[in-house]
Ligand binder design. Structure first.
Ligand SMILES: [Zn+2]
Length: 320
């Protein structure tokens, strides 16, 4: 059933699409799955034999800041948000963690904010419970990169104690090397020094951490694909194979309204913007060609869908 608010959203969408000259009026707009998932806090679907569940951790309401996108102004950013029917008074960045059940194991990709970054995030544990995911049954946590919104959920706020001591934690070797190098502080802006110190105080000492080097199988059915640029070791994962493939694209882009539509825009979070953009275009072209389902950490619920070419950029079509 389509309620009034959805009907209004679609009307606005059609107008925005006409103004942009795009062909897909509904791509950025709430699907029935998105509305259902938003109410529940999670969304489950199948990719072949694999059960995928995306679980919502919350949002960060980021005030506008001229430094956020290096090659787009605040006005251009606001216009891009408005063009897809989003509020333009701030940038709302969601956090969504992907789980897969594969080979009888429950695997989690990244670990959420741990409620340590934004007053509006930290809902992962309660939404996992709502989704029927037993925290103690998680066998493996596969990490894409070491930004706080992806790893703080591994560590308790005050003590840094492990939140999942019984799970194996798989991390990209290149990410481990970068953040734990003694020279990292000279390479990083001061705002990242606290993060580097926290990483150095935790992950290298944890006995349940396994490093995966470059493109390699992590477990049967899950392959790591280096996609460096967002960070020194940012890694995405291909799950399953062939037509029944899930691509877990993590921070290949931040929110799609800005960075899938404008893949050439460089978010301040991308450490090496040129490499990040090259990988973004390469990976999006791959999922378009393969018709693969993808998930994005900052895509909001349902957090998964397909990409389509849309003019100079890409349009995200959520799963339904
Ligand atoms: Zn992120």
């Amino acid at each position: 059933m389509i309620d009034v608010s959805r009907r209004q959203a679609l009307t606005i969408a059609a107008g925005a699409a006409a103004a942009l000259g795009t062909s897909r009026a509904v791509t950025f707009f709430p699907s029935a799955a998105a509305e259902d998932a938003a109410a529940k806090g999670f969304h489950s679907f199948k990719v072949g034999d694999i059960t995928v569940t995306t679980v919502f951790d919350g949002i960060w309401e980021k005030p506008h800041d001229p430094g956020f996108i290096k090659n787009a102004s605040v006005e251009e950013t606001k216009a891009a948000l408005r063009a897809v029917g989003l509020a333009d008074d701030k940038v709302t960045i969601p956090f969504t963690v992907t789980f897969v059940s594969i080979g009888g194991k429950t695997i989690m990709f990244d670990a959420g904010t741990g409620g340590q970054l934004s007053p509006l995030a930290g809902k992962l544990a309660s939404n996992m419970a709502a989704a029927g995911i037993d925290r103690s049954a998680i066998s493996t946590i596969i990490v894409t990169h070491f930004h706080p919104d992806h790893i703080f959920g591994l560590m308790e706020k005050e003590t840094n104690a492990q939140v999942y001591p019984n799970a194996e934690i798989v991390v990209p070797a290149a990410e481990m090397k970068f953040w734990n190098d003694a020279g990292v502080f000279a390479k990083l802006p001061e705002a990242f020094h606290g993060l580097a110190k926290r990483i150095q105080a935790t992950l290298p000492a944890w006995k349940n951490v396994r490093q995966i080097d470059g493109e390699a199988d992590v477990v049967s059915g899950i392959r790591a694909i280096p996609a460096y640029g967002h960070t020194a070791g940012h890694t995405v994962y291909a799950i399953g194979s062939g037509a029944e493939q899930l691509m877990l694209l993590a921070d290949t882009t931040n929110i799609p309204a800005l960075f899938a539509r404008h893949p050439g825009w460089h978010a301040v979070f991308d450490a090496d913007a040129a490499s990040a953009e090259a990988n973004r275009r390469k990976l999006f072209d791959r999922v378009v060609a393969d018709r693969a389902i993808m998930t994005g950490y900052h895509y909001g619920l349902p957090g998964a869908g397909r990409m389509e070419k849309d003019g100079d950029g890409y349009a995200f079509v959520p799963v339904s």
